[in-house]
Design a protein around this ligand. Structure first.
Ligand code: AP5
Ligand code: MG
Length: 219
């Protein structure tokens, strides 16, 4: 099963994507995490991506598509994947469809996690993520048990360079201009369904699991 998790920056894609993938036995493939991993390792791709990410604009399609499609060939993604943060442009959505079609696969479900702009900005400004795997916390609504430490892997928590209010606003602008057409693309294909992202983290998780299990049963 291939799932495209859609939603604005701060809507909870990372928070939901990791446990959801584990629950459904799928790989969690998050383009932002792949870029940050490359930045951390100082690769050429990381150096290129950093310049775009710190400004809150999209990394060019060609490098992004290559990176994600390459990740999808890993053995842990053989049984399917939850894509988080990709595709973000129509060109990326079309490239994904073409690559999947070659293996007789398709995007089976595209849940859209909807959250108001005001709440998105509140979440981004208070977010802390872990060094080891990018697990997300919020200083008010989802704090770690021990301040500054990840509950899951014990690594240090830090604030992303692109989580300043100015860059967060830019990322939201880019989302409405360039990524909203992707939402319509999946709606036209009949795989889109909306999830209320302004519930508790557990409630959003349950809604996603229910909808995805129904999709899996119907397939
Ligand atoms: P990326 O890392 O994908 O960032 P993003 O889309 O901006 O999304 P975020 O990670 O900010 O939000 P999220 O939805 O994962 O929210 P989270 O779960 O953390 O991309 C970063 C950059 O990389 C882009 O700007 C671009 O430059 C580049 N890039 C990446 N993919 C690309 C692509 N395909 N093409 C081109 N460029 C690309 O939650 C947010 C906060 O809210 C946390 O603090 C969390 O604890 C809290 N929270 C979550 N759910 C709830 C809830 N239900 N109630 C209360 N608080 C909650
Ligand atoms: Mg994320």
């Amino acid at each position: 099963m291939i799932v495209v998790l859609l939603g604005a920056p701060g809507s909870g894609k990372g928070t939901q994507g990791a446990p959801l993938a584990e629950h459904l036995g799928l790989a969690h493939v998050a383009s932002g995490d792949l870029f940050r991993d490359n930045i951390g390792r100082g690769t050429e791709l990381g150096k290129l991506a950093q310049d775009y990410i710190k400004r809150g604009v999209l990394v060019p399609d060609d490098v992004t598509i290559r990176m994600v499609l390459d990740r999808l060939t890993s053995t842990d993604a053989a049984g399917g994947a939850i894509l988080d943060g990709f595709p973000r442009t129509l060109a990326q959505a079309q490239a994904l469809d073409m690559a999947l079609a070659k293996q007789d696969q398709r995007v089976d479900a595209a849940p859209l996690v909807e959250v108001s702009t005001e709440e998105l900005l509140r979440r981004l400004a208070g977010r802390w993520i872990c060094r080891a795997a990018g697990h997300s916390y919020h200083e008010a609504s989802n704090p770690p048990r021990e301040p500054g430490r990840c509950d899951i892997d014990g690594s240090e928590l830090y604030q992303r360079e692109d989580d300043t209010i100015e860059v967060a606003r830019k990322r939201l602008e880019v989302y409405f201009e360039q990524t909203r057409p992707v939402v319509d693309y999946y709606r036209q294909r009949g795989v889109l369904f909306e999830i209320n992202g302004e519930q508790s983290i557990d409630e959003v998780f349950h809604d996603l699991v229910d909808a995805l299990q129904a999709t899996r049963t119907a397939a």
